[in-house]
Design a protein around this ligand. Structure first.
Ligand SMILES: *Cc1c(COP(=O)(O)O)cnc(C)c1O
Length: 672
């Protein structure tokens, strides 16, 4: 007789307190509303040494669980896991005071901070869609990243985010506990599991999350997995990375997975190699390197982890320290351990995240030039396409191709360029998205016939968040001459990034100063930028503004979400956009990076580039918008609609299906 599905599942996946807490949600046929059968197939493949499997390590995962394939739960959602109330800071202060945005939505797993996490999430989703046998590991941040509150115009006030993993749909604690014995601390970690299902629910990628919040750990150790990227001291930073690297590798072993490649999403996880290399001789260590790959995500100094050797020596054991000294010693600073260096030395393949970033990475690490590849990031099309656009693509599927199964077919959308019916339906789909946004922002009188631009991303100095507000007079002049403007903003700054904080402050001040001009320029800043607002904004504004200082934006992915929805790009020449700048998907402005010096990330060129931005807005962007839309009526032959079509066609390239196919062929040499 066949064993019931549920029993086989529980044999592979020992759920902690199953009967008491999970029996309603995991049954013979269903895993929180999704087919349980799929998971058995996935677990069996991961345990089968004859089948190739890939391990993926990342500090953060943005899975957009609030809007993409949410799990269901028998019991009503715990209010602690609902984030419904969002405040706004605008140049209409009285409205902000009385009204907040109420968004009715299921919870978002709060274990990410920004683009790196969103990329990791989209990677798992495309891997699942393409039936790649993969197991991912990360950390269960039980206080999330942080909750952002604006403190009137005086800046951002970070608060702890309180959520409950025990009642989060789809998330399950395992009976498995692993131990990391260190010099002073002994860290125990509970393993949790979450499954990322493929679009058709026929395949999945398990995500294993490590949790130090256990009574057997001393309080300081319990808090190590509380807040993502806590950076008050070397102790915090080293131990969070130890948990991910050493702990992640131990977790994969404890679960009995047979893995052939280990992919490190950023250097944070570089200690995974150390765990695996312990007790190996030199010959074996050399072979081990061929199983490791590392994706480098940033040319910015703060993105590379450096620690004083003496701090590392306080924490890790001799064997681990010796491996770190051997592979991870920073060549430019004696007595410093550098995890980027460690990853460069111990991974046979390294990839940068755009072609431009490939060039920059080779400049930064010339001695590794030969093994540095460039594979441009992407976004998961099922997650980021808006409903009105998806139905339009479906309607024209015969001429586009099966874009849902393979997003590369989106390039064919250019075939519809001369179809007047399609052109007006495309504009209408966009307007429908814009109306949803205006509806939500009705108290602030946001209008669908007004030019709307958005800047939303992590607030870091090199991204120059306040560039468009640099000379308010110039902006007012554009609005006077061409028509009113609506500018939407969202973004968090890392709580310990003082320069980022200054930018938030600067932006809020500028916004506040526009109080009297609200009929010409409306500026609205959303609190607590997350993937939900990421999708809402990237699919519903007219123009997506991206103004990093070249060449410091390694890739950027929010613009890719925008082009998938026909939203035009206004960008400096950096990151992924370099590859699309000549494809007529928007406008390029500002200073351009050339030559073989990386340059100074602190020389922000605010003066020159804000001027270039205003010139481009006045002469081209806003002008074309109001030419396209006169008296609320659209001119379907407008060049604006050509650009929208070109933008969507480029989404055929800038997606994670294409990226995973490149990873498979060039890095993992994956065979089913
Ligand atoms: C997509 C996304 C990002 C990444 O955007 P960049 O363009 O890479 O800065 C960051 N945060 C959220 C919430 C996102 O949805």
């Amino acid at each position: 007789m066949n064993e019931p599905l549920l029993d086989s599942f529980l044999r592979h996946v020992p759920v902690c307190e199953f009967k008491e807490k999970y029996a309603e949600d995991i049954t013979n046929s269903s895993y929180f509303g999704f087919p349980l059968e799929t998971l058995l197939k996935v677990e069996e493949t991961l345990h089968d040494a004859a089948k190739m499997s890939v391990a993926y390590f990342s500090m953060e995962y943005g899975l957009s669980t609030s809007f993409y394939q949410p799990f269901s739960k028998a019991k009503p959602t715990n209010p602690k896991n609902l984030f419904t109330d969002h405040f706004i800071f605008s140049n209409m202060r009285t409205i902000d005071y009385y009204v907040s945005l109420k968004v009715d939505r299921s919870p978002d797993l709060p274990i990410y901070s920004g683009g790196l996490g969103v990329l990791a999430g989209d990677t798992l989703k495309s891997a699942a869609d393409l039936h790649i046998s993969m197991a991912a590991v990360g950390i269960l941040w039980h206080k999330g990243y942080f909750k952002q509150n604006f403190w009137f115009k005086f800046g951002q006030n970070p608060e702890e985010l309180d959520w409950d993993p025990n009642t989060f749909p789809g998330l399950i604690p395992l009976e498995t506990i692993i131990h990391i014995p260190l010099k002073k601390e002994k860290i125990s970690l509970r393993l949790w599991k979450y499954y990322v299902y493929s679009f058709d629910r026929q395949f999945a990628v398990p995500l294993i999350l490590l949790d130090s919040n256990l009574p057997e750990n001393p309080p300081s150790v319990q808090n190590l997995t509380a807040q993502l990227y806590r950076s008050d001291s070397a102790w915090w930073r080293i131990l969070q990375r130890t948990i991910l690297g050493l702990g992640g590798m131990k977790a994969m072993e404890a679960l009995g997975y047979t893995l052939h490649k280990y992919h490190l999403n950023e250097g944070h996880a570089a200690l995974a190699f150390v765990e695996k290399a312990k007790a190996m001789d030199d010959k074996k260590i050399e072979t081990l390197k061929s199983q490791f790959a590392y994706t480098c995500h940033t040319p910015v100094a703060a993105g590379h982890d450096r620690f004083k050797l003496k701090d590392v020596q306080e924490i890790l054991n001799t064997e681990e320290i010796n491996l770190l000294k051997r592979f991870g010693t920073d060549p430019s600073q004696m007595g410093t351990i550098n995890l980027t260096q460690q990853a460069l030395n111990t991974c046979d393949v390294i990839n940068a995240v755009s072609q431009k970033h490939g060039e920059v990475t080779r400049l930064q690490f010339p001695q590794y030039e030969k093994k540095i590849q460039a594979i441009t990031n992407g976004v998961h099309h099922h997650t980021w396409v808006s409903a009105p656009m998806a139905s339009l693509f479906d309607k024209y599927q015969e001429r586009i191709g099966p874009w849902r199964e393979d997003p590369r077919h989106l390039v064919n959308i250019t075939r519809l360029k001369t179809d007047p019916q399609f052109r007006s339906e495309l504009w209408e789909a966009h307007q429908q998205n814009k109306r949803t946004l205006c509806q939500l922002l009705r108290p602030w009188h946001v209008r669908e016939d007004v030019f709307t631009l958005c800047w939303a991303r992590r607030i870091a100095a090199y991204k120059r968040p306040s560039l468009i507000l640099h000379h308010i007079e110039a902006l007012l002049e554009i609005a006077h001459t061409l028509g009113p403007l609506q500018i939407l903003y969202a973004g968090k700054s890392h709580p310990q990034d003082n320069l980022g904080f200054t930018f938030v402050n600067d932006m809020l001040n500028h916004i506040d100063s526009l109080n009297k001009e609200k009929d010409l320029i409306r500026v609205i800043m959303f609190e607590n930028y997350d993937t939900y607002f990421g999708k809402l904004l990237a699919s519903s504004v007219d123009v997506w503004l991206n103004n990093p200082l070249p060449p410091f934006e390694a890739s950027g992915t929010s613009g890719m979400k925008a082009i998938l929805n026909g939203v035009l790009q206004l960008s400096t020449l950096d990151g992924w956009f370099v590859e699309a700048a000549d494809k007529n998907i928007g406008w390029t402005f500002g200073w351009q990076h050339q030559g073989n010096q990386v340059g100074d990330e602190h020389d922000l060129k605010m003066e020159e580039d804000s001027q270039a931005l205003y010139d481009c807005l006045a002469a081209q962007v806003v002008k074309l918008y109001y030419d396209t839309l006169s008296e609320g009526q659209v001119r379907p032959e407008s060049e604006w609609i050509d650009k929208m079509i070109h933008a969507i066609s480029q989404a055929g390239i800038f997606n994670t299906h294409r990226m995973i196919q490149e990873y498979s062929e060039k890095i993992w040499h994956y065979k089913k």
